[in-house]
Design a protein around this ligand. Structure first.
Ligand SMILES: O=C(O)c1cc(C(=O)O)oc(=O)c1
Length: 306
């Protein structure tokens, strides 16, 4: 049987030939949020997926890592692969210990599978509440999964829209393992970074000392840009005050990642070199950057190295 994996109409492929960042990354930096897609011939996309992307292989990811000046990757299971973690786990196994991962699990996952994923380098499971990406999972299933992963020392990565936090807050706070919030909880950056909406998000992060936040995806959150293209050295200015607020209040609980290959962007595909040049704007001192890019992700994903 041949399966057609025609790309979703309007799909933007990742940016080929990115520039070299001007920003000099600290030694041992971790790209703590990126994905692999396929390649589809080796790792077919899941039947339940909501989009069909281009290929974005582990080799292309590792090439980007080296080009940008990162040392390590955290590969987050992309929703186009559903709960089939094989492409992500294969990337971890091929990385020589330089990649760790975040899986998607069904509640019927076996202990043997969990052990195998742990050995491959998985250290977290992703709960996705973004309706355009996944069908809703019953909360009891998520709670069961959280209990199953707790003995492995894993955490839960959560992706939600800002408007859904109010309904999710109590449930999330009841999860018995550390939480990592994707993309700052997707704030509406046309609003005030000191206003009540983002204030509610910060309050949530304050509610437990083991809630972490990825200050990622300015290319997704930005409304007025300018995009990281054509040499732009000050991209996504509207996102900066939000990310900077989080970095300054929670310097020991923030992570940064490229989000390569940037699924579902509609208006443009960033030059990843220029995207890296966004970092000093949100983490203005060498100390903050050392924590954001090295110390924090190492503590969460490679604790044995400390
Ligand atoms: O906003 C998105 O479309 C998106 C999708 C995925 C995924 O499909 O896994 O991951 C992300 O981090 C962001």
């Amino acid at each position: 049987m041949t399966t057609s994996f025609e790309k979703t109409p309007g799909w933007l492929d990742w940016y080929a030939g990115p520039s070299r960042p001007r920003f000099q990354m600290p030694e041992g930096a971790v790209d703590a949020h990126c994905h692999v897609f396929g390649p589809k011939d080796a790792f077919p996309f899941a039947p339940e997926r909501k989009y069909t992307p281009c290929d974005a292989s582990k080799d292309q990811l590792f090439e980007l890592r080296d080009h940008l000046g990162f040392t390590r990757n955290v590969v987050v299971q992309a929703t186009c692969h559903g709960a089939d973690n094989s492409a992500m786990a294969d990337a971890l196994r091929s990385s020589g210990g330089l990649a760790r991962g975040v899986a998607t699990l069904r509640p019927d996952v076996s202990d043997a599978e969990l052990r195998e994923l742990h050995e491959a380098g998985v250290r977290g499971v992703r709960f996705n509440f973004v309706k355009r990406l996944v069908d809703a999972a019953p909360r009891q299933d998520l709670r069961d999964i959280a209990e199953r992963i707790a003995p492995y020392g894993w955490h839960v990565v959560v992706y939600f829209e800002a408007a859904d936090l109010v309904g999710l807050r109590d449930f999330l706070l009841s999860i018995p393992v550390p939480l990592v919030i994707d993309h700052m909880g997707r704030p509406d950056v046309t609003k005030d970074p000191y206003g009540p909406e983002f204030g509610a998000f910060l309050d949530f992060v304050r509610a437990r000392p083991d809630i972490w936040c990825k200050v990622t995806c300015p290319e997704r959150l930005s409304v007025s840009g300018p995009p990281a293209l054509d040499g732009e050295q000050s991209a996504y200015r509207d996102v900066v005050p939000f990310a900077r607020r989080v970095v300054e209040e929670f310097p020991d609980r923030v992570l940064w990642g490229t989000d390569w290959p940037h699924p579902n962007l509609a208006t443009h595909m960033p030059d990843d070199g220029l995207l890296v040049d966004f970092i000093p704007g949100i983490a203005p001192t060498p100390e903050l950057r050392q924590r954001l890019l090295v110390d924090n992700p190492m503590r969460l994903y490679w604790p044995e190295a400390g």
